[in-house]
Ligand binder design. Structure first.
Ligand SMILES: N[C@@H](CCC[C@H](N)C(=O)O)C(=O)O
Length: 275
């Protein structure tokens, strides 16, 4: 039986198991990731963040002196990006002395994500450009009698954002479905948002590969970008406050960049027995 070191952390209660594998020696299978993330038989988490030196990542074609965030969803699938995960990853690197601030360049499947440690202890991630599609898909979700429209937004990973009048009625223990079904061949994260005030929205999310989570950083960026587009915002930069069940983050939208600011916490560490 193999024992691996783990650290548990979260960003606005989007929780992760961090697995340090600095020299890239660990080949975590989807089944092993799912076992780690199992909330009854494992540690429990929305995803796994494997920490590996970029020189040991065959598909990475950027600088070879960075830390690569190898992100996995709770079901073992991989995603291009995780916004809350990047903040927690940066916090781990600093706590371990593997990086110093104020800005850390983190390598991801969606490229470099420069992440700044702010004086108040929060982290501000340059999330890059967000592409919003004005052609909606029809989403069917539990708790609502009829279909609703959701606007696709690409934050490096795929999202669709729907406006609702009441977040509390949504039944997100079943995956929403969308039509046409071939619109997101690799699946999609679906955000439900309700305007709360000027540039202030509340959000719930059903994540691809993880189910309902208490926050999704890339999802908050998609939500803010869609809300700004539907509100006809045309002068940038602007900032949105996004309330999620696990807390609050800020999303700054510039012409061609977006920034996600929020907290990151480390709460536990130990060893896990891989079966
Ligand atoms: N929770 C993350 C997003 C994780 C990946 C997502 N489930 C996907 O499959 O694209 C975040 O904070 O952005």
């Amino acid at each position: 039986m193999q024992q691996i070191e783990f650290i548990k952390g979260h960003g606005t209660e989007n929780d992760f198991v961090i697995v340090p594998d600095l020299d890239g020696e660990l080949d975590l299978t989807p089944a092993e990731v799912a076992a780690i993330c199992d909330r009854r038989a494992g540690i429990g988490a929305d995803g796994v963040l494997r920490v590996v030196a970029s020189q040991h990542v065959p598909d990475w074609d950027g600088p070879d002196d960075l830390w690569f965030m190898d992100y996995h969803n709770a079901d073992g699938s991989v995603s291009e990006m995780c916004g809350n995960g990047v903040r927690v990853f940066a916090h781990f690197l600093i706590e371990r002395g593997l990086a110093t601030g104020p800005v850390i360049d983190i390598a991801t499947r969606d490229g470099l994500k420069p992440t700044e440690v702010l004086a108040d202890g929060r982290y501000r991630v340059n999330m890059g450009p967000i592409e919003v599609d004005d052609d909606p898909v029809a989403v069917q979700v539990g708790g609502l009698g009829s279909e609703i429209s959701a606007f696709p937004a690409d934050v490096g990973n795929p999202h669709a954002v729907a406006f609702v009048d009441d977040l509390d009625v949504l039944e997100l223990f079943h995956a929403p479905t969308w039509a046409p079904a071939d619109r997101f061949p690799a699946g999609v994260n679906i955000e439900f948002i309700k305007p709360v005030g000027p540039r202030h929205i509340a959000m719930r999310v059903f994540e691809r590969g993880s189910g309902e989570t208490r926050s999704c950083g890339t999802g908050t960026c998609a939500a803010a970008a869609v809300a700004a587009r539907r509100a006809g915002e045309s002068t940038f930069p602007i900032s949105y406050r996004v309330d999620v069940p696990g807390g609050t983050v800020e999303v700054e939208l510039q012409e061609r960049q977006s920034y996600l600011t929020g907290p990151a916490e480390i709460v536990a560490e130990g060893t896990f027995r891989l079966a």
